[in-house]
Design a protein around this ligand. Structure first.
Ligand code: 6R9
Length: 655
């Protein structure tokens, strides 16, 4: 980490937007001035860009921190804002989704068509008894139905919980149970890496195997989209085909108004303990900030832009910058089903050329893997339509930033490096592309209406030139409203550390440079960031110890050239297991096991079988030392270890 910081601090390149870009940019310097003069008035103006069935008269209520409400006496319908109002404004023929399947299938869905589909799905939901406050789990590939399903749930005032299609049956089951979902919307399968990857069997397994857990089954129905064409099992009475139910339903559905604080979705994310947290977002404030940030950071001109955010809808980036932000703004966007390198390593660039993508938003891990393949691949495609590039999910190192700008952006497209979290709901720190002189590697400045600081452990500002902890100092419209079913954990995790100041603690280390720009330095807790996905060390450790061979396990995030961090696991094997089994192939088996328990993204890059773990006298595992080993470094200070010899034993075993 320290070599990275040194490197960052010597970065002095600056890139100003072209005069041409600045002249047409949606986000202007005046926004900063307006927000600085009246923050709440500023957000009220942004909220009024939406359609309110009942206009709000109150903006922020912060009388009971950290429980905020925004626009709470207003009423709106989120789906109406993303669909009907564009059709009513005469833009029904505009394309909403340019869908490209991994196998080359294509569909163009206009705003009128998407509105029609969502109305039908809403009628199906109502017929199945789903209404305001009910939870619906969505476990789908990146197909237009995924977006339609989210919007239909929102339309009837229910709450969606999208579960990433790469998660296992166990992870799905835990999320279904925690939320008490009554309906699951899934597909037979979807295309991934050149073949059909099944989804429905995981749903069947999640719902079948209750193993005497005592959990009451909450799910009544499973609505299944036919995408993969793969053979699946069918539970009569419970399972319903989308292609039978949806077309048969009426396309008349009037969007009802719901209060601004009506819950919109729960999205599970890793925390510092094993149990994922269900982050809860509500309607009016969330949609306000989603639409505003997409407009000003991605510089969306809905009449002319073709926007593409590569995130899966299973992540917050897919919620805010595939479904809600762009559709609230009436934008045209690409939706791509598959992986970046199937059937060939230039697949993404081919999609950009084919659809004339103008604004492209992706993650540093993808950029780094393209860098590795080399510039020859993107250079065989016409990328001249691109005028703005974005980055999200983890710090982007200056080399990758410059490569992105030069090779993908033809040395001209501004890059917005956007810092935010599942919990913040929308972008918080980013350049405005027509205003800010960008710096490779820095997320830079809080957006208009957002207040952040870098503070020390006591909550005191560290000042320019220093590092500390990133905090948000004022409430913001798209802030999480809680953790589903666990208000105490919400307070503890985010607000207790700086309770006397009322600051939100983000869990990230950061540094302010001499200009006051923010440089993100990664998580300060036991959360890893693998390819922009959050994974908790505790969650993977508990999966490892659930294996019959494992006595004890410690997991660390080790730096990795492509994925940012990679999972490295240190495992102690039970003596009893070793007397009955050979240790041959065990590391590989454990990798596989974690993949099955949590999902392939959690599969450790390395599993080291060791005889001991480094612990302090109070029994805390010193992950810092294991990280040294996993990264091939000299092991750091071991003086607080209970047994100082243990690290030399571990180092020897690993080598
Ligand atoms: C949107 C998203 C949040 C964590 C966050 C931080 C890291 C995200 C970043 C970034 C540096 C950026 N992170 N964007 N770090 N620069 N531009 O990624 O949400 O999955 O909840 O992850 O990701 O560590 O705390 P989420």
């Amino acid at each position: 980490m320290s070599s990275q910081i040194d490197h960052l601090l010597t970065e002095t390149r600056r890139f100003a937007p072209s005069a041409e870009f600045a002249a047409h940019a949606v986000g202007t310097a005046e926004l900063y001035a307006r927000a600085a003069e009246d923050r709440e008035g500023f957000w009220a103006e942004q909220a009024r860009a939406l359609h309110w069935h009942t206009p709000f008269t109150r903006v922020l209520d912060w009388s009971n921190p950290p429980f905020a409400t925004w626009f709470d006496d207003g009423e709106l319908n989120v789906a109406y804002n993303c669909l009907d109002r564009h059709v009513e404004a005469g833009n029904g023929e505009r394309v909403a989704l340019l869908w490209e399947g991994e196998n080359g299938d294509e569909r163009r869905v206009t705003y009128a068509e998407l509105t029609d589909e969502v109305k039908r799905v809403a009628n199906v939901l109502t017929r199945l008894g789903i209404g305001a406050g009910d939870r619906v789990a969505i476990y789908l590939p990146m197909i237009p139905e995924a977006v339609a399903a989210m919007l239909a749930v929102a339309r009837v005032g229910a709450i969606h919980s999208v579960v990433f299609g790469g998660f296992s049956a166990d992870s799905l089951r835990a999320r279904i149970d925690d939320a008490g979902a009554r309906l699951v919307i899934t597909a037979d399968g979807g295309y991934r890496k050149g073949k059909v990857s099944a989804l429905k069997p995981a749903v069947d397994q999640a719902l079948a195997d209750r193993g005497g857990s005592g959990v009451q089954e909450s799910v009544e129905h499973v609505l299944v989209v036919k995408r993969g064409g793969n053979e699946i099992e069918w539970t009569e009475g419970r399972d319903l085909w989308w292609h039978e139910e949806v077309p048969a339903a009426s396309a008349d559905h009037e969007a009802q108004a719901f209060p601004a604080e009506n819950p919109l979705f729960i999205l599970y994310t890793s925390g510092t303990t094993g149990k994922p947290k269900g982050i809860l977002h509500t309607s009016g404030g969330y949609l306000t900030q989603a639409a505003f940030t997409n407009r000003v950071v991605h510089d969306i001109h809905p009449e002319t832009d073709v926007y593409w955010c590569t995130a899966d809808i299973g992540w917050i980036t897919g919620h805010t910058y595939v479904t809600y932000g762009p559709l609230a703004n009436g934008a045209t966007q690409v939706l791509y089903e598959g992986t970046p390198d199937t059937p060939h390593p230039g697949r993404w660039w081919e999609v950009i050329e084919k659809y004339g993508v103008t604004v492209f938003y992706t993650a540093p891990t993808a950029i780094r893997s393209f860098m590795k393949i080399g510039r020859a691949v993107p250079q065989t495609f016409d990328l001249s339509s691109l005028r703005l590039l974005g980055s999200v999910g983890e710090p982007i190192n200056p080399e990758a930033w410059v490569w992105y700008r030069e090779i993908i952006g033809a040395g001209a497209a501004p890059i917005v490096d956007t810092w935010w979290q599942t919990e913040t709901g929308a972008i918080m720190i980013s350049a405005l592309p027509g205003v800010t002189e960008t710096k490779p590697g820095s997320a830079q400045v809080p957006l208009p209406g957002i207040s952040v600081d870098v503070v020390d452990d006591a909550g005191e500002p560290v000042g320019n030139g220093n590092g500390g902890l990133l905090v948000v100092t004022e409430p913001w419209p798209s802030m999480l409203r809680g953790i589903w079913g666990d208000p105490e954990r919400f307070v503890e995790t985010y607000w207790e550390k700086f309770a006397d100041k009322g600051y939100y603690f983000a869990g990230d280390g950061a540094r302010l440079d001499e200009d006051g720009d923010v440089w993100l330095l990664g998580r300060v807790d036991d959360v890893m960031n693998v390819s922009g996905h959050r994974l908790s060390t505790a969650e993977i450790e508990s999966a490892l110890v659930a294996h019959e061979a494992t006595a004890e396990a410690a997991v660390v995030g080790a730096s990795d050239e492509t994925t940012g961090q990679a999972v490295a696991a240190f495992v102690i094997i039970k003596q009893s297991y070793l007397t009955a089994h050979s240790p041959e192939g065990l590391a590989q088996q454990l990798r596989q096991w974690v993949g099955e328990q949590i999902g392939p993204i959690a599969r450790p890059r390395d599993v080291y079988i060791v005889e001991e773990l480094p612990k302090t006298r109070s029994g805390k595992i010193m992950r810092r030392l294991l990280r040294d080993v996993a990264e091939g470094r000299e092991v750091g200070d071991t003086t607080t270890l209970a047994d100082t010899a243990v690290m030399s034993v571990i180092s020897a075993q690993v080598r």
